[in-house]
Design a protein around this ligand. Structure first.
Ligand SMILES: C[C@@H]1O[C@H](OP(=O)(O)OP(=O)(O)OC[C@H]2O[C@@H](n3cnc4c(=O)[nH]c(N)nc43)[C@H](O)[C@@H]2O)[C@@H](O)[C@H](O)[C@@H]1O
Length: 406
């Protein structure tokens, strides 16, 4: 068993000096089938771990480039090696925890090598005696390893499309617990300068929806060019501007502290309607198109809104025929090449986040991230935590309100 004692608290976290020669780098990656918004959730867990690590050393979080995501299926556009700066404001992320792009890591660390990969896995035996305990052990790899040794003895694998990256050592760890549980192990048992946690979603949030969670979440400010495109669309098609809607934004997220209920939102209904794999994956709690349209019409009547913005991953021809009044953000091919599927998803989320009333899809992390964005903007919870019900769902429990903590 590896040491799990909590690190003794230090009053001050040492300041971060970019490119410092004492830096240690934490890299991570997530199970390949996981989508964009689940990955954003794993970022929060890793940021929390880095904050804990920084009590005793100059750790920096390396942002895993985006790409090869199952849901990003637009043909003929290059969608690997996408840096975080294309989707998020790096300065904002850095205002929470030291982060660098992968390419900076390569430049700073002097080579294409990651010294140690730790592949996290669940305990094969599950919880013993039904008792939950935090633990981590070096164990043989349960699944087939996604890394293979080359002639020089280095490991090759999927490093976000960076073919030249190789890894010196790969070990499997069975882990059960919160992200920061790994801190003593990383500090005391591993001497490598660069450590990558693969399957990082295996560890849980240190404190879901606590202050630290919200600080990291608030720092995940969308890149300005995407916000501007969303704002232009709101003004042009939805008669929505920040002044009118009481959603004026501050570039410095640390200064945004909106009272719930202060935001009014644009005069439209915002809808996130997740389809594709959710239709068969969540048969019980996802409506038919007909069911969804019926709900949208009744909400428009109830809220007295005559415009509806729909964000969806569905082919929208059928939906458009059933709901001719709907508005969608439809990028041209040139826009798409520039923004990529991830950028379009963010613009959809941004527009939904500014609606006077929002309804999303059950258990979709895409909808959850919209809830959070609206919580940050200061919307009244009743206008946010709503979801569609399955056509024959009996108890249609509505999403939980995770209140923002400052
Ligand atoms: C089955 C599970 O589904 C989970 O999806 P879920 O939580 O909805 O949400 P995401 O993790 O974001 O994955 C869904 C992806 O589908 C696209 N997508 C879905 N809805 C929209 C939309 O309204 N507009 C646009 N532009 N794109 C959309 C987008 O690429 C998004 O990242 C995954 O996170 C899990 O990893 C797993 O695959």
């Amino acid at each position: 068993r590896l040491p799990l004692s909590a690190s003794p608290p230090l009053s001050e976290t040492p300041p971060w000096v970019p490119g410092s020669c004492n830096s240690r780098y934490l890299l991570y990656d997530v199970n390949p089938p996981e989508g964009f918004n689940l990955r954003r959730d794993v970022y929060i867990r890793m940021a929390s771990l880095v904050k804990t690590l920084r009590r005793h050393g100059d750790w920096v979080l390396v942002l895993p480039p985006w790409g090869r995501l199952y849901h990003w299926q637009s043909p003929d556009i290059h969608q690997t090696r996408i840096l975080w700066g294309e989707f998020f404001s790096l300065t904002s992320l850095q205002g929470n925890v030291p982060v660098i792009e992968y390419e900076e890591f390569i430049a700073e660390s002097g080579g294409p090598f990651i010294e140690q990969v730790l592949v996290l896995q669940n305990y094969a035996e599950g919880w013993t005696d039904g008792k939950w305990e935090e633990k981590v052990d070096e164990r043989p790899c349960v699944e087939r390893l996604m890394y293979s040794k080359d002639k020089q003895g280095y490991y090759r694998g999927w490093f976000w499309g960076y073919e030249e990256t190789r890894c010196v050592n790969v070990t499997c760890l069975s882990a059960q617990g919160h992200a920061s549980m790994l801190a003593p192990l990383l500090q005391n048992n591993i001497t490598s300068t660069s450590v990558m946690l693969d399957r990082a979603e295996t560890v849980l949030h240190d404190h879901y929806a606590g202050k630290d969670y919200w600080n990291t979440r608030r720092s995940m400010v969308f890149a300005k060019h995407l916000r501007l495109l969303g704002d232009e669309f709101r003004a042009k098609y939805l008669n929505s501007t920040d002044e009118q809607d009481q959603t004026v934004y501050n570039e410095d997220w640390t200064l945004i502290k909106n009272k719930l209920g202060s935001a009014r939102g644009g005069p439209y209904l915002g809808v996130h309607l997740r389809r594709k794999d959710f239709i068969w994956g969540h048969r019980e709690d996802v409506p038919s198109l007909k069911g969804a349209v019926k709900k949208i019409m009744s909400l428009m009547k109830k809220t007295k809104l005559d415009r509806v913005f729909v964000a969806t991953d569905a082919d929208d021809e059928e939906l458009k025929m059933m709901l001719p009044e709907m508005t969608r953000f439809e990028p041209t091919w040139d826009d798409l090449e520039l923004l990529k599927d991830g950028g379009v998803a963010i613009i959809d989320q941004w527009i939904c986040a500014h609606a006077r009333y929002f309804i999303g899809t059950s258990v979709s992390t895409f909808s959850f991230r919209i809830h959070e964005e609206r919580e940050i903007l200061g919307f009244e919870p009743k206008t946010t935590y709503n979801r569609f019900c399955g056509d024959s769902e009996k108890e249609c429990e509505q999403p939980t309100h995770w209140k923002i903590v400052y």
